[in-house]
Design a binder for this molecule. Structure first.
Ligand code: GLU
Length: 446
């Protein structure tokens, strides 16, 4: 595989798609040696094939707002790779969503889902619909219109969407209702469903829990302990909420969390009722964390700033892509950070990752560290197929085992000569192998 030529061709083919190119470049740079040592991958042009999504569906979503005005949004579903199972991945409703966003996320999802060891291919979808400040009626009408089109392309054995930024239990409910109304089937076509109608226990907590289980693996690798460690989070959404719950349970101290309007610093620790309040604030979809400081006198609010300037041992980005840049990384390093764990997808810029790796900070990429969400979606699919429900303990144990296995697999493929674990390399190689081998076995199908 000729890395330079591949990147030049990719840039020519995907102009104005910087996110997709960033995600692809990171994978190509870290798998190149492995691919060149295993000639079957070049023989079957696996890398070139894996870079091309199998299908991109792009559609119009028209709906009527509370003022009676007609609104038009764009909907997407990128069905990236089906080699190891039905397409699987979330739906993101956020004003920043473009085809580029969807392509990069679907590409990442293929590797992430492979790492879970569950039979799930990679896909991603969403819309540039902005849920901020929308009424429940508006969200429902949007979701119904979105699903009226999306239902043509999905199904429990073909493509199983779930939540992501801006899509939680409420939105999954509205979309599931519409799918059922049109198709007349009550099937496992979405995950993240309500417990009463096919959802899995622990799914809401799973991404955050999983990231902390992965972090435990990293700490163990360094013979370190989570107890008393200071943590900064970003996000204030469902992922940060799950992470905060698990961090508290295991004895770490979350001191800072940021949202779109700034960050909260609370030296008493963000625990118990405060974590529940985070979830309440998130549910309003107003994109503000400032009210937190008004409610809790121990908390200070820093408008327009990010939590990465706080002195912590562990940083866990839980919001959106490229939310931690090189400057943030340098400040974190200067403050003695030891672990950076992406619970968001591609939460750090490429330059930030390089800086962290150079400083020998243990860095876990999203496709490994945040795989707990989709892994538990996979467990929800299994329960739906068997028409039964596991207990919270059963699901949590399986999640923990999956995350430990992903961690160990990253170590296996990412350990460098000096003992430093390059988790990015490890995750990309381990994720690649399963998909690539399945593609070879299935002939020139895609
Ligand atoms: N949106 C989540 C992710 O980025 C979960 C996807 C799913 O559960 O299918 O992995």
């Amino acid at each position: 595989m000729d890395l330079k030529k591949l990147m030049t061709d990719l840039e020519a083919k995907n102009p104005a798609q910087p996110l997709y190119l960033q995600a692809a470049k990171e994978v190509l740079e870290t798998i190149v040696d492995f691919v060149n040592e295993n000639s079957q991958y070049d023989k079957y042009a696996i890398v070139e094939r894996i870079l091309e999504p199998e299908r991109i569906v792009k559609f119009k979503v028209t709906w009527v707002d509370d003022k009676g005005q007609i609104q038009i949004n764009r909907g997407f579903r990128v069905q990236h790779n089906m080699a190891i199972g039905p397409y699987k991945g979330g739906l993101r409703f956020h004003k920043s969503v473009t085809e580029d966003t969807m392509k990069f996320l679907a590409f990442e999802q293929t590797f992430k889902n492979s790492l879970t060891t569950l039979p799930m291919g990679g896909g991603k979808g969403g819309s540039d619909f902005d849920p901020t400040g929308k009424s429940e009626g508006e969200v429902m009408r949007f979701c119904q219109s979105f699903m009226t089109e999306l239902q043509k392309y999905i199904g429990p054995e073909t493509d199983v969407p779930a939540g992501d930024i801006g899509v939680g239990g409420r939105e999954i409910g509205f979309m599931y209702g519409q799918y059922k109304r049109i198709r007349g089937e009550h099937v496992g076509v979405l995950t993240g469903k309500g417990l009463e109608w096919g959802g899995s226990l622990i799914r809401p907590e799973a991404t955050g829990y999983g990231a902390v289980y992965f972090l435990e693996g990293m700490l163990k690798e360094k013979k370190d302990s989570i107890k008393g460690k200071r943590v900064a989070l970003s996000g204030f959404g469902n992922v940060a909420w799950g992470a905060a719950l698990k961090l508290e349970e295991l004895g770490a101290k979350v001191v800072a969390i940021s949202g779109p309007d700034g960050y909260i610093l609370d030296e008493d620790g963000i625990t118990g009722e405060k974590i529940a309040y985070m979830d309440e604030l998130n549910a309003t979809r107003n994109n503000v964390v400032a009210p937190f400081a008004k409610k809790y006198p121990s908390a200070k609010f820093f408008a327009g700033k990010r939590s990465w300037e706080v002195k912590v041992d562990i940083a866990i980005p839980c919001a959106i892509q490229n939310e931690l840049d090189e400057n943030d990384a340098k400040v974190l390093i200067a403050n003695g950070v030891k672990y950076v764990v992406e619970a968001s997808n591609m939460g750090c810029t490429a330059e930030a990752v390089t800086a962290l790796q150079k400083a020998k900070v243990a860095f876990a990429p999203g496709k490994a560290a945040n795989a707990g969400g989709v892994a538990t979606s996979g467990l929800e699919m299994s329960q739906n197929s068997m028409k039964l429900a596991w207990t919270a303990k059963e699901v949590d144990e399986k999640l923990n085992a999956i995350m430990t296995n992903i961690h160990d697999n990253c170590v296996k493929h990412g350990k460098e000569k000096d003992g430093y674990i390059n988790y990015v390399k490890g995750a990309n190689i381990a994720g690649f192998i399963k998909v690539a081998d399945a593609m070879i076995a299935q002939g020139i199908a895609y």
